[in-house]
Design a protein around this ligand. Structure first.
Ligand code: MOS
Length: 759
């Protein structure tokens, strides 16, 4: 892989290296479990060894006898504490110690606290439970599940998108695809483990926990514990990978808080990698029926997409990717339906590109099948069906550069040399396949707040309670302020990751760059306005007779359109102050008026995607080469090319890393990742990184990322669409399509493993 960042193009920001890069590589960056605290006690979770039933009795004597054990929190100890709320901040409503019923494998049954981590671990191993076990349903194909329609049942899902008479249009189509697809459960494995550290001081609680949602987390912890939100502080300056897993409230946080309160000393719980498989959220298993009907020209006349999604007995979490697939192309009639299948598993949740990764797989696979049935090039089929209008609502896209992405990716990939016939390209014993698929992600934005301080020496400080989850948001925050103030990036410091700072939305739905940059523009412009007002219209000096709007700041000077300039320091002198501080609240067009108040109460309202006046999405094209060994069926991916258009790119270096990481994860979704659950007892089998396959460098050779300039002034003041969750969408289908091209075998499930290619 080539490490050099590309040169900036029009509307693309500088490839500024991460401002916290040095702290991270030297180990100085503090993650939640790194904070040294006096008199810290260590806690270890005990989890159930059944998936469904009841804990009849817990035997704690052996655990209590381990030297150093301080306390065991279990049933009966959570009185007065409310369970989490299922909804925007919680992906579960399960308070695991509120009930002795077990509803999923590895459910928390106790928390052991000791003087040392080793003593707590040893004692946790000695806790024994007697269970009344019942048969458990593991998956979509198990008996004993319950199927319900998502619309009208789940508070996460309003209605199934539809348009026109699908059945008639489908029946009347000349070429029809009608196929079933399946995607596996996947488990988040951020390198930073999940952890909670709680410290009480005079009735006030500080929680150190990696989170993508500081203010939401703070409000929810307070609600569960029945204390004032003002008494809770959440500290999370760096997050070692979130991907959605650190967005929702966890079932363990309140338990750790209770343990710390009982002992009157700080308690830290680092969840083991194995326990993380069952005590956090994960990507739901999904099944799909996808129908496409087209005319001889390739125009799609009928689109039907039905999804079945696994969820828990307790909560109706919805993936709901039809919101995106229903408006992806210029279809005629549209029919969609989402159903939930309730099984004995913990509640699933957000996992990078939550709806799009599993729902675009069937659509983009079916598009490839349709192209083959029509004898058409798969990129040309997308061109024929490209649209600037959402077929469901009739609204226009704010911008859509899908075909420009395909053209750029095809050029870089050498797609014109592709022989369309499957099994036609070969290199010795390796069958070569080239496949493509569309990437997309809705453009989201929320209300935001920020405080910015600019001093006369040209140094700025930005304070915003957003989250550095590895995407580089700290860096683009500094860049935006530097750009607005005409100062070097090095002159901007950024405070983030603490609920004492002004609230920002949850770092989810790829909204952070758009929201934070739009908020910073507003705060910076308030400061610029004050400065300009102080120096414009003076009787003499460089800006005599000029107005604020004629002024700008560049290179540490206030400059006028007519060439006059004044050092920043002198402008501050004219103002009679050494510094200006501004607090700004940004509410995007179309957001509820009380969106900022909601933010302070811990609720993020994200808007955009299909829901605004215009339909807003980022797009990309994923082109993949696979090589399948003709004898062993081993599948390799020597190269991928992705071309993406996502409005203004704030930083081509961090954006490229996001897109490249996403593409590799998308390849992994196609070939490697699956949470394996035992059909007999609904227990998770591959609960570690030896058995849960994640990609390593040897799994991919060349990854080329192309970022196309795109200007979209309608999405938000920053013109940013966001791309954290764009790169891994469609890659799984591109891999499957390439495997079909290599082998002639159409595999309609992921991950695809060599055993799928044996017959
Ligand atoms: Mo992202 S999975 O919306 O945190």
């Amino acid at each position: 892989m080539n490490a050099a960042a590309p040169a900036p193009k029009e509307n693309q920001g500088q490839p500024v290296p991460r401002i916290d890069g040095r702290l991270k590589v030297t180990g100085e960056a503090r993650y939640a479990a790194d904070f040294p605290l006096n008199n810290l006690a260590y806690a270890v979770l005990v989890t159930s060894s059944i998936a469904r039933g009841r804990v009849r009795q817990l035997h704690l004597e052996a655990a209590r006898s381990v030297p150093g054990v301080l306390d065991i929190v279990t049933y009966g100890d959570m009185d007065g504490v409310k369970p989490p709320t299922f909804g925007t901040v919680g992906a579960t409503s399960l308070g695991p110690l509120h009930q002795q019923e077990i509803i999923h494998d590895g459910q928390i049954v106790a928390l052991v606290v000791a003087d040392t981590f080793e003593a707590a671990s040893e004692a946790a191993l000695r806790v024994r439970a007697d269970y009344d076990e019942q048969p458990a349903s593991a998956s979509l194909s198990s008996g004993g599940t319950e199927t319900i329609e998502a619309a009208g049942k789940s508070k996460m899902y309003k209605e199934d998108p539809k348009a026109g008479d699908f059945e008639a249009a489908f029946a009347g189509s000349q070429t029809r695809i009608d196929a079933e697809y399946h995607t596996a459960s996947e488990t988040h494995n951020p390198i930073e483990l999940f952890s909670t550290t709680c410290a009480w001081n005079d009735g006030k609680l500080t929680v150190y926990e990696p989170t993508q949602n500081l203010w939401g987390f703070k409000a929810e912890v307070a609600r569960q514990l029945g204390i004032d939100a003002a008494s809770v502080r959440v500290v999370s300056p760096y997050v070692g990978g979130g991907f959605g897993s650190k967005g929702p409230m966890t079932p363990r946080t309140a338990i750790v808080a209770v343990a710390a309160r009982r002992l009157n000393r700080p308690v830290r719980c680092v969840v083991t990698r194995m326990q993380a498989f069952t005590t956090t959220t994960y990507r739901a298993e999904t099944r799909h029926r996808l129908r496409l009907g087209a005319g001889a020209d390739g125009k799609i006349q009928a689109f039907g997409h039905e999804g079945w999604e696994l969820t828990s007995r307790s909560d109706d979490y919805v993936v709901g990717g039809t919101d995106t697939t229903a408006r992806m192309y210029g279809y005629g009639a549209v029919m969609t339906k989402v159903r939930l299948v309730k099984a004995d598993r913990q509640t699933p949740g957000y996992m990078r590109s939550p709806p799009e990764t599993p729902y675009m797989f069937p659509l983009e696979s079916a598009m490839d099948e349709l192209a083959a049935a029509l004898g058409m090039d798969p990129i040309e089929l997308r061109r024929v069906n490209d649209t600037m209008k959402d077929p469901v609502s009739g609204k226009d896209y704010s911008s859509r550069s899908l075909m420009a992405c395909y053209d750029a990716a095809a050029q870089a990939f050498g797609w014109s040399r592709r022989d369309p016939k499957p099994r036609s390209m070969r290199d010795g014993e390796w069958l070569i396949g080239w496949g493509c698929a569309t990437a997309t992600y809705p453009t989201h934005i929320g209300a935001g707040t920020a405080r910015i301080h600019l001093s006369s020496d040209g140094k700025a400080r930005v304070a915003v309670a957003s989250h550095e989850i590895g995407t580089g948001v700290r860096t683009i925050t500094a860049q935006m302020a530097a750009e607005r103030f005409g100062i070097p990036v090095e002159n901007v410091s950024v405070d983030m990751g603490d609920s004492r700072l002004p609230p920002a939305p949850v770092s989810g739905g790829s909204n952070s760059t758009a929201t934070i940059c739009s908020t910073i523009i507003k705060a910076c412009d308030a400061i610029r306005g004050k400065l300009f007002q102080a120096v414009a219209g003076a009787d003499n000096g460089p800006f005599a007779g000029l107005q604020s709007r004629d002024l700008d700041i560049r290179d540490g000077k206030v400059v006028a359109s007519d060439g006059g300039s004044l050092p920043l320091e002198d402008a501050f002198k004219a103002l009679g102050a050494g510094a200006i501080e501004e607090y700004a609240e940004f509410v995007p067009e179309g957001a509820p008026k009380d969106a900022v108040q909601k933010l302070y109460n811990g609720q993020t309202t994200l808007i955009g995607g299909s829901h605004g006046k215009k339909v807003m999405y980022a797009f990309g094209a994923e082109l993949v080469e696979v090589r399948v060994n003709a004898r062993t069926r081993e599948i390799r991916v020597p190269r991928m090319v992705g071309a993406f258009a996502a409005g203004r790119i704030m930083n081509t270096r961090t954006a490229r890393s996001q897109l490249m990481g996403g593409m590799i994860w998308g390849m992994s979704s196609g070939l490697l990742e699956a949470t394996e659950v035992d059909e007999r007892n609904a227990r998770t089998v591959n609960r570690d990184l030896q058995n849960y396959l994640v990609p390593v460098c040897a799994d991919i050779d060349q990854v080329e990322v192309i970022m196309l300039p795109e200007t979209d002034n309608e999405v938000n003041p920053a013109g940013v669409k966001g791309l954290g969750e764009l790169g891994n969408v469609g890659t799984n289908a591109a891999v499957a399509n390439a495997i079909w091209h290599a082998t002639g075998k159409r595999v309609r499930h992921i991950p695809i493993r060599l055993e799928d290619l044996l017959a």
